[in-house]
Design a protein around this ligand. Structure first.
Ligand SMILES: O=c1ccn([C@@H]2O[C@H](COP(=O)(O)O)[C@@H](O)[C@H]2O)c(=O)[nH]1
Length: 489
């Protein structure tokens, strides 16, 4: 049976063939010209493609553990897709009218539902997210809960960010970047088209009110966003000294690869530090899984870090009250604060978790990554949780080096690094264990990772050094592609 990834590629290629995806110059609703146009209304003339899209959307929703009582299609292009998804899943559907009826029931929402029902919106294309937000307002006014939207194509022009600011998580089957990648690989578009669309995406981020987050047209003086500013320039904007150092290491080693060293013996840990070390900027440990831990292991790790010029991160995921985490950080057998440049922290306890950690490391150059979204299926990070966590990070720029998250809109500040786990070349998830993988290209281009975390893809490879080299090359090429979209503007 074809994999999800292959089925998605097929659909993208067919959409291009039937001209539902077009390249040229098109005037958009928001008044700018776009080199790409996505028009999924024509798909109703191709029932097989329509069915494939609906099936993929449903498979995608299941992969993301999206559950609901109602599906809501947004007129017009998404209606048939939502209807097929409803028929397949047996989840009932409601429909938002474009305008309230002027006669009869004057209903805004058609279909049967109960107040408090959880509703997932199905949309064909998202640009700024304004149509989805209008639908959310109407659904809320009728008593329905809306926390997520399923989208066929994300044009990557700010929709995800705008929706998440209003508490709605956007889950997109594919992005414009993904479409470019698939069509380029299939030989259906050339590099010039890819470059012009990338340049357009970078230069036309839109607020839901139609104003641009980036000025139009771009000028020499435009301050590029986190996603397009080169790491060298971002090092100057980092407030936390470890973030600045890490960015410099990344540039000097041309590596945005972090290896997740999930091994259980000291010898394997050191052997991995020696073999993968030359290719990584960051070496991530779970020191508590090492069965023969001793202080010597830390000395050996520090020596390897110095020899190969990488930083050490202990993925401890602190998640307790400030007083307790300060002890967990500095005491016990691992004495993490004495050797780990960086640690990971869950913001769930509130700001005290950071003040607690900070209180344990006066005078040391240390930093943390806040885990605001996880890569695992069914994780509980809601858009509100993500937004509140980002507020906490803003209060401690001296200690927060970056954010662990999965979506490109979460981190705006170029001085913060986005660290993203869930990366593998074959993209095969690990079943009931919950990990969800993306390709190196997607993680950097679509999901906005500055640093990608690769564990089993490297440590279970027959030759970890060669695997690390391969991941490093692919991840760095994706980063260069991301920033090059604005280099010559
Ligand atoms: O959301 C998260 C946060 C952390 N991790 C960690 O990353 C690695 C991933 O290992 P793989 O073998 O590449 O799946 C692992 O150490 C996790 O603890 C994550 O996966 N997701």
């Amino acid at each position: 049976m074809a994999s999800f990834e292959n089925k998605l590629k097929d659909v993208i290629i067919k959409l291009h063939e039937i001209e539902a995806l077009k390249f040229g110059m098109f005037k958009m609703k928001v008044g700018i010209e776009s080199p790409v146009y996505v028009d999924l209304r024509s798909v109703i003339s191709y029932p097989e493609i329509l069915e494939n899209i609906a099936d993929l959307m449903w498979e995608f929703a299941a992969l993301r553990n999206i559950e609901c009582d109602q599906l809501c299609g947004v007129p017009y292009a998404a209606l048939p897709i939502a209807a097929l998804m409803s028929s397949r899943s047996k989840i009932p559907m409601v429909m938002r009218r474009k305008e309230a009826k002027k006669y009869g029931t004057k209903k805004l929402i058609e279909g049967k539902f109960n107040p408090g029902d959880n509703c997932v919106i199905v949309e064909d294309v998202v640009t700024s997210g304004s149509s989805v937000l209008e639908t959310v307002v109407d659904l809320h006014s009728e008593g329905l809960n809306v926390t997520s939207v399923l989208v066929v194509v994300d044009r990557e022009q700010g929709g995800s960010h705008n929706l998440s600011e209003k508490g709605v998580a956007m889950n997109s089957l594919c992005t414009l970047s993904k479409i470019l990648q698939v069509l380029k690989e299939a030989g259906q578009i050339n590099q010039d088209v890819v470059d012009s669309v990338r340049k357009y995406i970078a230069a036309s981020q839109i607020h839901p009110d139609g104003t641009f987050l980036t000025p139009q047209p771009r000028t020499e003086n435009v301050n590029p966003s986190r996603l397009t500013l080169p790491f060298t320039a971002r090092a100057d904007q980092a407030v936390n000294p470890v973030a600045a150092k890490l960015l410099k290491v990344m540039v000097s080693k041309q590596s945005n690869l972090c290896v997740a060293a999930d091994v259980t013996s000291a010898s394997r840990l050191i052997s991995l530090a020696e073999s993968a070390g030359p290719y990584v900027c960051l070496f991530k440990t779970h020191i508590d899984i090492v069965e023969d831990f001793s202080p010597q292991l830390i000395q050996d790790l520090l020596a390897a870090a110095q020899k190969h010029n990488f930083l050490l991160m202990e993925d401890r995921k602190f998640a307790d009250i400030g007083h307790t985490v300060s002890l967990q950080y500095s005491q016990g057998i691992h004495k993490i604060s004495s050797w780990a440049d960086l640690v990971t922290v869950h913001p769930i306890p509130g700001e005290g978790v950071i003040t607690g950690l900070k209180s344990a490391v006066t005078n040391l150059h240390r930093g943390c990554f806040l885990v605001v979204e996880m890569s695992s299926a069914g994780n509980l990070a809601s858009p509100n949780y993500v937004a509140s966590s980002m507020e906490i990070s803003k209060k401690h720029p001296d200690f927060v080096a970056g954010i662990v998250c999965q979506t490109s809109g979460t981190v705006q500040n170029p001085g913060l690094l986005q660290l993203t786990p869930g990366v593998s070349l074959d993209c095969q998830n690990d079943g009931h264990l919950g990990q969800q993988y993306n390709s190196p290209e997607d993680i950097v281009m679509s999901r906005g990772a500055d640093i990608a975390v690769v564990g089993r893809g490297i440590i279970q490879a027959t030759d970890p050094a060669q695997a690390a080299q391969e991941y490093r090359a692919k991840l760095w090429a994706a980063y260069e592609k991301r920033v090059s979209s604005v280099k010559n503007v």
